[in-house]
Structures are given as structure tokens and as C-alpha cells.
Design a protein around this ligand. Structure first.
Ligand code: HEM
Length: 502
């Protein structure tokens, strides 16, 4: 065979192979799409028709995540089946169904979607990603950090951070400047978590170039918000190993933070330093385990505490939880504070009423803004609750069904992911009730840091209002649009003014 004939024959074979591969892939995609079209109708769950490959993802891109959730509920009813790519997802805003998933039939819905997929430290030991018995044990141990006594001790560390923020606000007020609220409340949120959960006092606004902060920002935050790579890992957990090994994640920063954390733990173990923070509480817990002095935490909603408390966290596990607190607590708290300030600036009558309450309550507490005084502020609770209704900083929560399940004729298959669209439910005012007001979730797997976050928020707002008031300015947004990150954050910066009250 001559060279030309050989070349032509190879060309023909390649062409035939390409056509066959194309036909096979197209047939597979067509079959998959056909299945997707009938998938939810067979399970008696209503929902929109999916597109091939994209599923119903195009609508999320077009409308934005929270707005699409609301549109789905309005069009198809309280429980909907739809596709994220080719993955079937059930979304429910039904109060009764939500109560069953999060509380009544918790045993079937104890875990979240990402579980087991993240194999790399420190993600593999995050309590938020753990499953079943391992989760129960770590959750029980961690909940010892959030009792009234421990929070009271930690409130002193929080107040130190609030005082730093007050100093920054003083300069802004004296110079009559406009400020980016996320920057300053983000700074406070970061300082509080570093101080209370990582054992290091910092002022991230005053000293942004501190080495420790540089590593935190390099690994976790992208221009003041949680890094998009971390969101990708959360959305596509199977990529985590690839992302880590490809150099896309600055693992040197993670190593720096780990070494620092392990050194702090070691120094504490040797009693060279003491702080009323998370690390100290975990080490005290270890001592109690060793001396067999464990007792159930009466304030916890988890009934199995005593049995699961009979273990101590290893230094590596303590480090994992510190990192997770940073991820779970930084953005949520920063955005909530920023939205409270925005709401107060836009509603001066509410701000005045809150200032009145702060002054009245503090008059009975020797002027001290502390754990006890802020807990006496009832109107403060209402302001926070309403802000978290309008701007829930976790847009959705999710669970996985560990077995087949039925709800009012709808069939939920084993391993099905169920999403509760918090933002959408909160913006459907007729339907909101105690099972559907969910800024922190409900049931045994609700937000572990809720009491910590609320204390931090109250201490900050109360102290700020003793000296200043928030005001709008020309750059203040008339309405806030939420982005699609799932972190409930504003698409645009929230600019405000802060004025001296006296
Ligand atoms: C305003 C601030 C915050 C909001 C709105 C918020 C909201 C939430 C929500 C909605 C969940 C999911 C609950 C569920 O699935 O039922 C959650 C989980 C969680 N949050 Fe928060 N959070 C906040 C602050 C914090 C802080 C400061 C920390 C830590 C110090 C924290 C730690 C956690 C953890 C560990 C989980 C997972 C719990 C588990 O799986 O057992 N959160 N949070």
C-alpha cells in the first residue's frame, strides 16, 4: 500500500470512529435527557422541564440563585423537583415537610450533601461535613463552647474587638467620611473569630499586613469575601484533591496556619498561656475526659451529649474546626452586621427606638455593654430577627435522604438531596411560620455558632449606638440585590455614613 492510500485509509477510519463516538455520546445524552424529563413526574413531584446537560441551571444564571428559588415556588408550588446540571434536586418550602426533614424525621435526614467527598485535611474533619455518629460526637463536644458560661467569658474577647471597631468608626465620624460597611464589619467578624476560635488577637483593619492575616486572606478570602475557589470546592467537592494538588490553593498558607495553631495548642498544654477561647475550652474538655469528669450539657438541644462527649479532639481536629468556624462564621456575621447598619440607616425611626432601648437597659447595668445587658434588649432581638428575615446570610440549607421516604404521595429516593430555600421562603410573607423562619436552620443540625454570632452582633450594635448613629448618603443603595454565591451577600458594596451622636 502506497503512502497516500495508507493516509486515506487512516483518515477514513478516524472519520468513522469520530462519527461513531459522536453518535454514541449523542444517544447517551438523549437517553439521559429523556430520563430526566420523566424522573420527577414518576416520583409525583412537580417541576420545570430540564434542558439537556444544563438541566435547569440556565434559570439560575438568568435570574440569580435566591430569585430563581422564589420563582420556582411561585410557579410550581411548595415542593419542586429540578435539575442542577444532570443532578436531580428536590427543593421544598412546605412548612410541614421542612419540619419533618429538620426535626421529626431527622434520623433519615441527618447529613448534608458534601459528606465524605472532601478527603483532604482540614476539610475532612469539618463538623459541617461529617456524617452520623462521627458528626454527633464532634457536634456534642463543640457545643460545650456555646454554653452561657463559656459565651460570657468569651464576650470579653469579643468586646476587645468591638472597641477596636469603635476606634475606627470614631475616625470615620470625625472626618465625616463614607465607609464600606462590609469592610469594617468584615474586619470585626474576622478579628472576633481569630481571637475566640484561633487564639490570636488581631486588628485586621489597622494591621492588614500582619503575616498571620496575610495567610488567612490568601487561603480563605478574595477581596473581603469568601474565596471563589472555596465556593467551587463546596459546589464540586470531588474536585478538592485536584484543586489542592494543582497549586490553585495556596497550601503553604494552610501549612503556616496549621503550624501556628499546633504551636498554640502545645503552649496551652504546657500551661504557658491561657485565654478564654475555643482552644482552651477544647483542652479543658480533654482534661475532663482524662479525669472522667464529663457531664451532659444541659443547654444543648442534643440529647445524646453525655455518651458522645467521652472523647477529646486531637490537635489536628481542633485546627480543622477553627478553620471551619472561620468559613462558617466570617461572611455570615459580617454581612448580617452590614445589613443591620443599612436597615437602621434607612429607617431612622427604628434606629431611634433602638437607641432608646440601649440607653434604658444600660442605665440598669452601670452603662456596661456585656453578655447580661445585651440579653435584656428585646427590641434589639426584633431588629436582628427582621434583618435576618429580609437578608438571611445563608440563602439555602440542605440535607440528604439516607433511605427512601414518602411525603404526601411524593417519593423521595435514597441519597436524594433536599434543599430548603431560606431566602425564598423569607420573601414569601404569607407562608412564613416557626418552621420556615430559618436564618440559622432548625433542629439538631442547626447553626452551631448561632448564640456566638448573636452575642457578637448585639455587643457590636449596642456599643456602636451608645456613641454613633448610622446614616445614608448619596452612594447608599436604594435596594439591595443578592448575588448568586449562596452567601446572601449584596451584589454591590453597602456604603453608609456614621455620625457622632453627641
Ligand atoms: C449571622 C451569622 C450566621 C448565620 C446566619 C448562620 C447560618 C447558618 C445556617 C443556616 C446553617 C445551616 C443550618 C442547617 O443546616 O440546619 C449553619 C450551620 C453552621 N454554622 Fe452558622 N451561621 C452564622 C454564624 C456562624 C458562626 C459565627 C459560626 C461559628 C463560630 C457558625 C458555625 C456553623 C457550623 C459549625 C454549622 C454546621 C453545623 C453542623 O453541621 O452541625 N455559624 N449556619
Amino acid at each position: 500500500m502506497g503512502f497516500l492510500e495508507l493516509f486515506n485509509s487512516i483518515k477514513e477510519t478516524t472519520f468513522v470512529l469520530a462519527i461513531t463516538a459522536f453518535a454514541l455520546i449523542t444517544t447517551r445524552l438523549a437517553l439521559k435527557w429523556l430520563n430526566m424529563n420523566f424522573y420527577f413526574s414518576k416520583l409525583k413531584i412537580p417541576g420545570p422541564r430540564p434542558l439537556p446537560i444544563l438541566g435547569n441551571f440556565y434559570d439560575v444564571i438568568k435570574r440569580g440563585l435566591p430569585y430563581n428559588d422564589l420563582a420556582l415556588i411561585k410557579k410550581y408550588g411548595r415542593t419542586i423537583g429540578y435539575f442542577e446540571g444532570t443532578t436531580p434536586v428536590v427543593l421544598t418550602a412546605d412548612s410541614k415537610f421542612i419540619k419533618s426533614i429538620l426535626i421529626k424525621d431527622f434520623k433519615t435526614f441527618a447529613n448534608r450533601k458534601l459528606i465524605g467527598a472532601a478527603n483532604i485535611a482540614p476539610f475532612n474533619k469539618f463538623v459541617s461535613l461529617m456524617k452520623d455518629d462521627e458528626w454527633k460526637s464532634v457536634r456534642a463536644i463543640l457545643s460545650t463552647m456555646f454554653t452561657s458560661g463559656k459565651l460570657k467569658s468569651m464576650s470579653k474577647l469579643m468586646n476587645e474587638c468591638v472597641n477596636q471597631t469603635i476606634e475606627h468608626f470614631q475616625k470615620i465620624a470625625d472626618n465625616d467620611e463614607v465607609f464600606d460597611s462590609k469592610k469594617y464589619f468584615g474586619g470585626l467578624s474576622l478579628n472576633v473569630i481569630c481571637s475566640c476560635c484561633l487564639g490570636i488577637g488581631v486588628d485586621s483593619i489597622k494591621e492588614p499586613d500582619m503575616e498571620f492575616l496575610k495567610h488567612i486572606k490568601k487561603f480563605f478570602f478574595d477581596e473581603g469575601s469568601v474565596d471563589v475557589r472555596l465556593v467551587l470546592i463546596t459546589l464540586f467537592p470531588k474536585f478538592i484533591e485536584f484543586v489542592a494538588k494543582s497549586g490553585l490553593m495556596p497550601m503553604d498558607s494552610l501549612d503556616y496556619l496549621r503550624n501556628l495553631n499546633l504551636q498554640i495548642i502545645e503552649r496551652r498544654k504546657q500551661k504557658l498561656e491561657h485565654r478564654d477561647d475555643f482552644i482552651q475550652i477544647m483542652l479543658e474538655h480533654e482534661e475532663q475526659v482524662n479525669t472522667n469528669e464529663i457531664s451532659a450539657n444541659e443547654e444543648s438541644d442534643i440529647k445524646w451529649n453525655e455518651k458522645y462527649l467521652r472523647k477529646a479532639l486531637s490537635p489536628e481536629e481542633i485546627f480543622s474546626q477553627s478553620m471551619m468556624f472561620l468559613l462558617a462564621g466570617y461572611e455570615t456575621t459580617a454581612n448580617t452586621l452590614s445589613f443591620i447598619a443599612y436597615n437602621l440607616a434607612r429607617h431612622p425611626e427604628v434606629q431611634n427606638k433602638l437607641i432608646e432601648e440601649v440607653e434604658d437597659v444600660l442605665a440598669n447595668h452601670n452603662g456596661d455593654v456585656n453578655y447580661d445587658s445585651v440579653n435584656d434588649m428585646k427590641y434589639m432581638n426584633m431588629v436582628i430577627d427582621e434583618t435576618l428575615r429580609i437578608f438571611p446570610t445563608a440563602v439555602r440549607l440542605d440535607r440528604i435522604a439516607s433511605e427512601n421516604y414518602e411525603f404526601e404521595g411524593m417519593k423521595i429516593v435514597k441519597d436524594q438531596q433536599i434543599i430548603v430555600p431560606i431566602w425564598a421562603i423569607h420573601h414569601d410573607p404569607e407562608k412564613i411560620d416557626s418552621n420556615t423562619y430559618l436564618p440559622f436552620g432548625i433542629g439538631p443540625r442547626n447553626c452551631l455558632g448561632m448564640r456566638f454570632a448573636l452575642l457578637n452582633i448585639k455587643l457590636c450594635i449596642a456599643k456602636v449606638l451608645t456613641r454613633f448613629q448610622f446614616e445614608t448618603c448619596d452612594q447608599t443603595l436604594k435596594t439591595i440585590e443578592i448575588d448568586s454565591s449562596g452567601l446572601g451577600r449584596s451584589k454591590e458594596p453597602v456604603y453608609l455614613k456614621i455620625k457622632n451622636r453627641f
